[in-house]
Design a protein around this ligand. Structure first.
Ligand code: 5GP
Length: 327
């Protein structure tokens, strides 16, 4: 039985560097991995150190990775120490005795360690996976998704969002958006119609569950463009979302051009670039572990081509998904 291949596959949700790990029994025996890597667990006999291989790695020998339980305890402890230090510093700075050290909520589920995954291939007749596009500031995904749909409207559809902003002359009701009043939007929020909504430049935007179902019921691949927070709601066996994170391309030549005074014709300031970069970093930090693909948008034409190839692949080739989605 021992010779049987293990069928436990885990997606790492954190980066692990054995050489920086003081707890490891032997640094050379550790398996370095990055967030997003798929690990095949060969043995879970030891409660603290499991044996695993990285999928796609040509190294056939298994090495050690921290067990979930061990890593949770380790993360919890370093977090507690850090937060005790922080509150101690706060007390010293403010000389106030009232701020008790903050005791973290012992909700271990908050720690991102591993997620059990399995390979999933869409079967004939099965509903296509939901395509979730999340965009960093400046990625301009609205035009990207509109183009995908325009080129193949029988295969792709867009979950049309609602907005309270005024319709622009080239826009049509129900195509780019459903344009509604603020009062109607607020009533919809109250009635739980939106899976997510947000405010942008004093206008409200939101996506309804109904708009997603409308596309899926036509047996089309549904594209949604939402705030990353919506992933908490959308990551279900029903939707099996494939998450694409679209980032604007910020290259050093663009930066150099900007620092020379002749650059303002681009219409982007140094501050805009910095904000775009920070937005991408923030999303990566908070939601990167749920991202299946990062698309860096160098120019609209190549980004569209890359997205189209990717969308075909998602429906035709096996993908790693949480094991709980296919049980
Ligand atoms: P625009 O008014 O230019 O069409 O869109 C402005 C911004 O609203 C976009 O950058 C986009 O991120 C955001 N937005 C568009 N649709 C939605 C949506 O369904 N939900 C949320 N939260 N924001 C949206």
């Amino acid at each position: 039985d021992k010779l049987k291949e293990s069928r436990v596959y885990l997606r790492a949700l954190f980066d692990y560097t054995p050489f920086e790990d003081k707890a490891t029994p032997c640094q050379e025996a550790g398996l370095p991995f990055k967030r997003g890597d798929i690990l095949q667990v060969v043995s879970q006999e030891d409660a603290t150190w499991w044996q695993a291989k990285r999928v796609g790695d040509c190294n056939l020998r298994a090495a050690l990775i921290p067990s979930t339980q061990f890593q949770e305890r380790y993360t919890f402890m370093s977090w507690t120490t850090a937060s005790l230090r922080r509150s101690f510093r706060l007390r010293k700075d403010h000389q106030s005795s009232s701020s008790e050290p903050h005791t973290p909520d012992a909700n271990h589920a908050d720690f991102l360690i591993y997620e059990e995954v399995t390979q999933y291939l869409l079967r004939p007749g099965e509903r296509p996976r939901l395509i979730v596009l999340i965009g960093a500031l400046g990625a301009r995904i609205t035009e990207l998704k509109q183009k995908v749909i325009a080129e193949n409207p029988r295969r792709y559809g867009l979950a049309v969002p609602h907005t309270t902003r005024a319709r622009k002359s080239h826009e049509r009701e129900g195509v780019e958006y459903h344009f509604i009043t603020k009062a109607a939007f607020e009533a919809d929020i109250h009635n739980g119609k939106f899976i997510e909504y947000g405010e942008y430049k004093d206008n409200l935007y939101g996506t309804s569950l109904e708009s997603i179902h409308r596309i899926l019921d036509q047996n089309k691949v549904c594209l949604v463009d939402v705030q990353p927070e919506a992933l908490k709601t959308l990551r279900t066996a029903e939707f099996k979302p494939y998450v694409i994170f679209v980032q604007p391309h910020i290259c050093s030549s663009q930066r150099k051009q900007l620092s020379s005074s002749s650059s303002l014709s681009l219409g982007i300031t140094e501050d805009d670039l910095l904000e775009m970069k920070q937005s991408a970093e923030q999303i990566d930090k908070c939601y990167g572990h749920w991202v299946d693909y990062v698309l860096v948008k160098e120019d609209p034409v190549s980004a569209l081509a890359e997205l189209q190839v990717l969308l075909e692949r998602v429906q035709m080739e096996p993908q790693w998904v949480p094991a709980s989605w296919v049980r």
